[in-house]
Write a protein that binds this ligand. Structure first.
Ligand SMILES: Cc1cc2nc3c(=O)[nH]c(=O)nc-3n(C[C@H](O)[C@H](O)[C@H](O)COP(=O)(O)O)c2cc1C
Length: 158
């Protein structure tokens, strides 16, 4: 089974989860990158508004074509209760190329459920499985939750 992990991460938390999933599956991985830096308070506001309003943002061209992968696992930080605008943009650009999908997100403390639901709505495709991790869970139980997610994926896909 060909698996691709695609993620965006502004402050490296979602990256930790993406790297662990990639390590377990020994699969390909793509990091979505901004064209412009998102550092600083004005960029925090811009990110919030882009997410709330569902605006596209400028992302660098991706290096891996998701077409031909049996499963694309997409990860995002939660921004204002929904997916980050770079992942919104990536999903809009590529949804026709996805076969099966799974989603994961990281957040401070809330907004994971709406984020995962909005990702599903955006591409009108039900994920095989989902995973969410709060800041606290990332610290205390990251591997446990990731392992459950992986087991569910393996179960659903075999
Ligand atoms: C613009 C912005 C909006 C955010 N909105 C939320 C939110 O609604 N709920 C929440 O729990 N955390 C929120 N956060 C915190 C991030 O979701 C959290 O720190 C996440 O793990 C960061 O992932 P990253 O390090 O991969 O960028 C927000 C962070 C940013 C930058």
């Amino acid at each position: 089974m060909k698996i691709l992990v695609v993620y965006y991460s502004r402050s490296e938390r979602t990256k930790q989860v993406a790297d662990r999933i990639r390590q377990i599956f020994q699969c390909d991985i793509e990091r979505i990158e901004d064209v412009e830096s998102r550092e600083g308070p004005s960029k925090f506001l811009k990110s919030t508004f882009e997410s709330i309003l569902g605006h596209n943002t400028e992302i660098k061209p991706s290096k891996i074509d998701p077409q031909g992968y049996d499963l694309v696992i997409i990860g995002t930080p939660v921004w204002a209760g929904t997916m980050s605008s770079p992942i919104f943009t990536y999903m809009k650009q590529n949804f026709l190329k996805f076969d099966q999908v799974a989603f994961f997100c990281t957040c401070g403390s809330n907004g994971a459920e709406s984020t995962l639901k909005n990702m599903e709505r955006l591409i009108r495709k039900e994920p095989v499985s989902t995973l969410s991790l709060t800041k606290k869970e990332l610290k205390n139980n990251m591997n446990g939750k990731i392992n459950n997610f992986i087991s569910e994926l393996k179960y659903e896909l075999t």
